[in-house]
Design a binder for this molecule. Structure first.
Ligand code: NAP
Length: 492
């Protein structure tokens, strides 16, 4: 069954909804008009000149919509939409759908169930009860509490496909993203998307252009290899954009998807059913990945953290590309061996940075808000440590920010007062925004600066090399990162 991409339209006026449907048409196979958002609802113009088959919905608050009028009027409006030519009307299983089915042909009815809190206990029983209605399409959308909930959706779709039923099933929320991307593979008859460049209309929904261009949803097949960015949370991650651009440029049939795992075991359960060939690992799972790996690179072993996993002959191999990713941009400019460096932060990234600098012979002083963590990190690599309050008194050639301070959406913050930027080089690991407040202030004080984007790119290029055996084509991942930055900045 070919999966249709359905773009949901939520606009406050009829005119804006018509205009949005026109913008959606080039990307969508089918368009859903959420009429409960329209304050001056005029059904005729909405449907008269439609460019794509159209689903008409009028959802109540409890179903995620805005409608709070009488139920009879709601059903009458849905009926009127069907009479005016809506290809489908979507009515909730918890509502009086029987009344609607008395007047609207079953082949034009979508019966839907939404659960914004959790995945229902018995999905199969729910689907069977909904199926008894005879509605043409059954839709179940429920919130994923863990990655394993995606597997339940996959199982439900498999059963539905065997019975020949047209079913759209998906898991909502960021943990449910795999179901929105892999739904077509599992047999979902539709996958919902937002307008390109617009706001998501549902929790975890991706814009249609991202689904089509970055996740190649129209080409995905059983032979497509899966890779993942694994972490929690993952909302800020730009890894899917750059890695998917590289896979596409190589002509490799592979996609990298976000796996926001509730626990490391949750990831392992997902992997057991939907094997991934490799993963970019981020907070808080770098140490779990280190324990999982059967073999380790020297950097992974020495830092005790794995940011890259790959399957080699069925066994996990762990690498830490942050170490080389940090050093490359630095080495392009200076010889790090003689530097006196101050590293802010004592987390996973700081660990890779301190190891990298010490391996080059640089002197390092770790400064963290938690003095105990600074002492422990410094002790592990024969470095020094100092209290945060002494930051202004320290002399340095290189200052490295390895804290998240200054990262979007709190881009107006900086970890150190501008007046204390008295050294030569400032390297900020934060890569979103492209130029942080720290880097702007450092440049203003005459320091040379290095942005986290350069490290992000260097470590990601090494991940690609490890996964595919050859370096990625030049410029592709860089261009994808620039596009992703622009898209983040444009978001209202
Ligand atoms: P992490 O393990 O959570 O460590 C963060 C460190 O920053 C901890 O020492 C933490 O202190 C400290 N910190 C947090 N908020 C702070 C604040 N308001 N003031 C002072 N210190 C604060 O995170 P991580 O993995 O090391 O990542 C740190 C940053 O580096 C993130 O922004 C990440 O995106 C970036 N990064 C960039 C790249 C790249 O390729 N450019 C690679 C890796 C990481 P506590 O322990 O007291 O909380």
């Amino acid at each position: 069954m070919t999966t249709q991409i359905c773009i949901s339209i939520r606009e406050p006026t009829t005119q804006k909804a018509v205009a949005a449907a026109e913008r959606a048409a080039p990307w969508a196979d089918i368009i859903e008009i959420c009429a409960d958002f329209i304050q001056d609802l005029d059904i005729g113009p909405l449907l008269d000149n439609r460019l794509r088959p159209t689903i008409f919905t009028l959802r109540r608050h409890q179903d995620g919509g805005m409608y709070d009028g009488p139920e009879r009027l709601r059903l009458e409006t849905l009926l009127r939409a069907a009479e005016c030519g809506a290809d489908y009307v979507d009515v909730e299983f918890s509502a009086s759908w029987q009344l609607l089915l008395q007047s609207v042909p079953r082949e034009r009815v979508i019966l839907s169930h939404h659960d914004f809190r959790q995945m229902p206990e018995d999905l199969e029983a729910l689907l069977a009860a909904m199926g008894a209605s005879g509605a043409a399409i059954l839709k179940i959308a429920a919130r994923a509490e863990c990655l394993a909930d995606n597997l339940r959706i996959a199982g439900l779709l498999e059963t539905a496909c065997k019975s020949g039923r047209k079913v759209c099933a998906l898991a909502m929320g960021t943990r449910g993203l795999p179901s929105r991307i892999l739904g077509p593979l599992w047999g979902s008859c539709m996958t919902y998307a937002g307008l390109p460049g617009g706001k998501a209309t549902a929790d975890g929904q991706l814009p249609a252009d991202v689904l089509i261009r970055d996740y190649r949803i129209r080409e995905i097949s059983a032979s497509t290899q899966l890779y993942a960015v694994l972490g929690q949370p993952l909302g800020h991650s730009l890894s899917p954009f750059i890695h998917n651009a590289a896979f596409a440029a190589r002509g490799k049939d592979a996609i990298l998807i976000p796996l926001e795992a509730a626990s490391f075991d949750d990831f392992l359960s997902f992997h057991a059913a939907m094997p991934v060939q490799g993963a970019a690992v981020t907070l808080p799972y770098k140490e779990h990945a280190h324990r999982l790996a059967h073999s380790l690179s020297a950097e992974a072993e020495e830092t005790g953290a794995v940011n890259t996993l790959l399957l080699r002959n069925g066994f996990w191999h762990g690498e830490n590309t942050d170490v080389e990713g940090f050093l490359q941009p630095l080495r392009r400019r200076i010889f790090p061996g003689k530097l006196r460096a101050v590293v802010l932060g004592a987390g996973g990234a700081a660990r890779a940075v301190v190891h990298a600098l010490r391996s080059q012979g640089a002197g390092v002083c770790v400064v963290a808000r938690d003095a105990g963590k600074a002492r422990d990190l410094a002790g592990a690599f024969r470095a020094e440590h100092a209290e945060w309050s002494r930051l202004g008194n320290l002399r340095w050639d290189l200052l490295v920010n390895a804290t998240p301070v200054g990262m979007a959406p709190e881009a107006d913050r900086t970890p150190i007062a501008a007046g204390q930027l008295t050294g030569s080089w400032v390297y900020d690991l934060v890569y979103n925004p492209a130029e942080t407040r720290l880097l702007k202030e450092a440049a203003g004080r005459g320091c040379q600066t290095i942005s986290g984007g350069e490290m992000f790119m260097a470590q990601a290029r090494k991940q690609q090399h490890l996964w595919c055996g050859t370096p990625p084509p030049d410029g592709v991942m860089e261009a994808a990162l620039r596009t992703a930055w622009e898209a983040t900045e444009e978001k209202p």
